[in-house]
Design a protein. Sequence first.
Length: 123
Amino acid sequence: MPYKEEYLDESVIRNPEISELVLEVSEKVLEEEIPPRMIIYASDGVNESHVDEDRVYFSTRDFEKLDRTAGLGLVAHEIAHVCLKHGINKEPKMADEKEADSLATRWGFKEEIEKLRKEFPLK
């Protein structure tokens, strides 16, 4: 079930590449896994893609470094963080990164996550 348009900030709607990737990922995510209020942003002013509570911030610079397959992996990974509530009042941990990769893989993005990890390995 694709994300409702209200999830997409104007910054994503103006960025067709990221918007297309978000919509493709959303088609594989179960509706009950989507937080009731999630907003997705895109900006070249963000240093790196990350989550904060119910918000996903995508750095457009990250997508300049990735091909489409790895870009899908990045979108699925960051949305998984929000679905897993990783952004709520805590510092990112390696276990959270692996859990987000695992959920994105369960959604059907195994190849995309593998490609993402070749470009952005977990440290």
